[in-house]
Design a protein around this ligand. Structure first.
Ligand code: SPV
Ligand code: MG
Length: 669
């Protein structure tokens, strides 16, 4: 698309200030022309054809001095004193072929939102105002059946006030330009000194729709009174409050373009999503909230930066009532759509406006995101993130993963609900599921080398922090090696249970023989582990089996306090009762004397309790310890039975993922 700016006129009604009219200042730092050119540059329109006439040299020098990233072709109309802009366009015709044209008069000042609407119009359009009074002497457009039929100063019936700002799609423009050429080459001097719209009106099929700007600024400056009005209007516009929100920690060119547009609309306030919201919605932020806030504060034109602590804009809009909300048009579809709908409804309630701009993601962003993911999966980055996530969110959730594939489910599953997004914060490498996936019982049979192999498979394809089920930790002399290996790999936490002898899964409870370790012996193991670790990020969590083995609350509390004294970074309390009463009793009693040590629960049996309830009671980590393998196994068994029943795979297909999907499930890099 090219812009055509008509600047050949003499502007005699402005008095004689000794400069072309388009160089008239309209605000502290802009002239009519500099504003037009800046706005075009901001919208990525870089090819400009400008017709000139009176004071051509001053004008060309001025545009050079503006030093904008534009390619401006100036076309002089030698007959400017005796002709109208129809002849200027004729002079410039060679530069105006085979393209969409944004046509504007050089004395036109319009609001940024008007230009945005014009540029987003799919059809050719001309700006009109259904609310402005019909002007005596200026342009009016006759509108019939939704299209512009004629433009001129002489029409009053079926007409609306019109302004010479057009977007002309290639074919519509070609017809008009052809008629302009016919006029100018007719030999009739009257046809060179009339409005170019006379030629337009002769075209039988015009496909130009009226774009109603209503009360928005879109006005020509013909005389000092017009100038006064426009200057005052621009001042008012510059006081509008504008709101945008960002969740990103990588600012790319598309963000900068959006911010530039928003700055032009008024006083820009930026909302930066808090770490907690970002974590639940996309990958873990590379920079914490404070750094992301500082980053936006440095951008020219940004007046305030505030936290937005929800995906929903509701609280901010109700509190600040910004005149305008700006967003890229990427949210008109997909998961962000309900948020957009809510914004639109709230804005409508108080007369605010939503302004959307085309959003084109930077071509290099995918590569940058890929690098960010690789960065987040590095051991140092991954290890510390469990502590960071707990600090940010208070309560984190972890789901079991026992393979690369289940790791991907833990990594990528997101649910959008009531304007919020939810995903798991961490992964649990369960001894039960790791063993079950290998068809083995959960009795410490799968050795550590094999367990580490599972961790490695998962780490290769994920970035989320890992909590490792260390069973009883084995002998203290062996546990120190486990700690060092897990820490080096980038695991965030190992949980060891206070059992001794042949380990059996806790969910058997007292149905099998299980022995709890003496307190002193288990404390010694914790101390040995803590001495072995190298970083302050790695955590050793002591798991108390007193409730599983029906030793009572007091035993559990005594052990908890001893384990914390021995250096445990967190306490896991386990129970196999459906009724959460004993878990709640422990949490309440523990929190009465220890408000800081993180508490971990595994609600396999007491699964009616929500994360919100656990958080309220002071729990910090909720582990969903076996749900993926428990749901996967019956689904696979059912498929196998269907094939056996029907002697073929046809019937089983309906419960299977299409094979096209499985081959695309894991994209190659
Ligand atoms: C595991 O998932 O292996 C656990 C938790 O240790 S539980 O099975 O509930 O004992
Ligand atoms: Mg286990």
């Amino acid at each position: 698309m090219k812009a055509l700016i008509l600047n050949s006129g003499r502007g005699t009604r402005m008095g004689n200030p000794g400069r072309p009219k388009c160089m008239t200042p309209i605000s502290e730092n802009e002239t009519i022309l500099s504003r037009q050119l800046n706005m075009l540059a901001e919208h990525g329109i870089t090819e400009i054809v400008m017709t000139t006439g009176a004071m051509e040299k001053e004008l060309v020098r001025y545009t050079d001095e503006l030093d904008l990233p534009l390619h401006i072709i100036s076309v002089y109309n030698p007959e400017y004193a005796h002709t109208n802009y129809i002849y200027s366009i004729y002079c410039a015709r060679a530069y105006l072929c085979d393209d969409d044209i944004l046509l504007m008069h050089g004395d036109l000042v319009f609001d940024e939102t008007v230009l945005n609407d014009v540029l987003r119009s799919r059809e050719s359009c001309m700006t009109v105002s259904s609310t402005a009074e019909l002007p005596e002497k200026d342009f009016k457009a006759v509108i019939r059946d939704g299209y512009i039929q004629a433009v001129g100063i002489e029409f009053f019936d079926n007409a609306a006030a019109a302004q010479p700002l057009y977007l002309l799609r290639r074919d519509d423009w070609a017809q008009w330009l052809q008629m302009i050429v016919t006029y100018c080459e007719s030999g009739d001097p009257a046809k060179r000194s009339c409005y170019a719209e006379h030629a337009l009106n002769e075209l039988p099929d015009k496909h130009i729709v009226p774009l109603d700007v209503k009360n928005r600024l879109c006005a020509e400056i013909d005389n000092p009174q017009d100038l006064e009005k426009v200057t005052a209007a621009l001042k008012r516009l510059s006081q509008r409050t504008v709101y945008m929100c960002f969740s990103t920690d990588i600012i790319h060119s598309a963000h900068i373009v959006l911010i530039r547009h928003a700055v032009r609309l008024g006083r820009l306030m930026i909302g930066v999503m808090t770490d907690e919201v970002v974590c639940s919605y996309k990958r873990f932020p590379l920079m914490p909230f404070a750094e992301r806030k500082a980053m936006f504060e440095q951008i020219a034109g940004v007046e305030f930066v505030i936290p937005q602590d929800s995906l929903s804009y509701q609280d901010i809009l109700i509190h600040f009532e910004p005149d305008i909300v700006v967003h890229g048009d990427d949210w008109t579809q997909g998961v962000q759509r309900p948020i957009r709908d809510e914004v639109t409804a709230i804005l409508a309630g108080y007369g605010g406006m939503l302004v959307e701009y085309p959003y084109r993601e930077d071509a290099g962003l995918a590569a940058l995101e890929n690098r960010a993911a690789q960065h987040l999966s590095m051991p140092d980055m991954r290890r510390r993130r469990l502590k960071q996530a707990m600090a940010m969110k208070g309560l984190v959730s972890a789901i079991e993963a026992h393979s690369g594939l289940t790791g991907l489910i833990a990594e990528k599953t997101v649910v959008y609900q009531d304007g919020a997004a939810r995903q798991f914060d961490a992964m649990w490498i369960s001894s039960l599921c790791d063993s079950a996936a290998k068809g083995k019982p959960d009795i410490g049979l799968v050795d550590m080398t094999s367990r580490f192999r599972t961790v490695d498979d998962i780490m290769e394809v994920t970035t989320k922090p890992i909590i490792f089920d260390g069973d009883s930790g084995g002998l203290a002399e062996h546990f120190v090696y486990t700690v060092r290996t897990l820490e080096r790999m980038g695991v965030s936490m190992v949980i060891i249970e206070d059992k001794t002898g042949l380990k059996k899964n806790s969910l058997f409870g007292t149905e099998v023989t299980q022995t709890q370790a003496p307190i002193a012996e288990f404390c010694e193991k914790i101390r040995a582990g803590k001495q072995a670790q190298k970083t302050s990020d790695f955590m050793i969590c002591a798991r108390i089996e007193s409730l599983i083995l029906e030793k009572g609350l007091l035993d559990a509390l005594t052990r908890a306090s001893a384990y914390v004294k021995a250096g445990a970074d967190a306490i896991m309390i386990h129970s196999r009762k459906r009724d959460p009463a004993e878990i709640f009793a422990f949490v309440n009693a523990f929190r009465a004397s220890d408000t800081v040590t993180p508490l971990v629960v595994v609600p396999t049996a007491f699964n009616t309790v929500t994360e919100e309830e656990f958080k309220k009671r002071g729990v910090n980590i909720v582990i969903y310890a076996n749900q993926l393998i428990r749901s996967g196994f019956p689904a696979m068994q059912h498929a196998a039975e269907m094939i056996l029943t029907h002697h073929r795979a046809l019937e089983c297909d309906e419960i299977c993922m299409p094979f096209q999907e499985i081959i695309r499930l894991i994209p190659e890099e």
